[in-house]
Design a protein around this ligand. Structure first.
Ligand SMILES: [Zn+2]
Length: 66
């Protein structure tokens, strides 16, 4: 038996926890999905995803220093 770390769900819109972009309220696009704390989260375009990733990275970096 191999011990696996928690497997991430597939990066698809079906697994996405939100249906609309938190920035714009527009429908999530299948090319703008990413992971957050093991869940698939989605955005209306890659620019929104990048904005989210930049924000969470900043917070994660701060939390690691505490
Ligand atoms: Zn958006």
């Amino acid at each position: 038996m191999t011990s696996k770390t928690a497997a991430l769900p597939e990066l698809t819109r079906d697994n996405c926890v939100n249906e609309t972009c938190p920035w714009s309220g527009k429908a999530v696009s299948s090319d703008s999905l990413t992971y957050y704390r093991g869940h698939v989260v989605g955005f209306c375009n890659p620019g929104c995803k990048d904005k989210f990733e930049a924000a969470t990275e900043a917070f994660d970096a701060r939390l690691e220093g505490i």
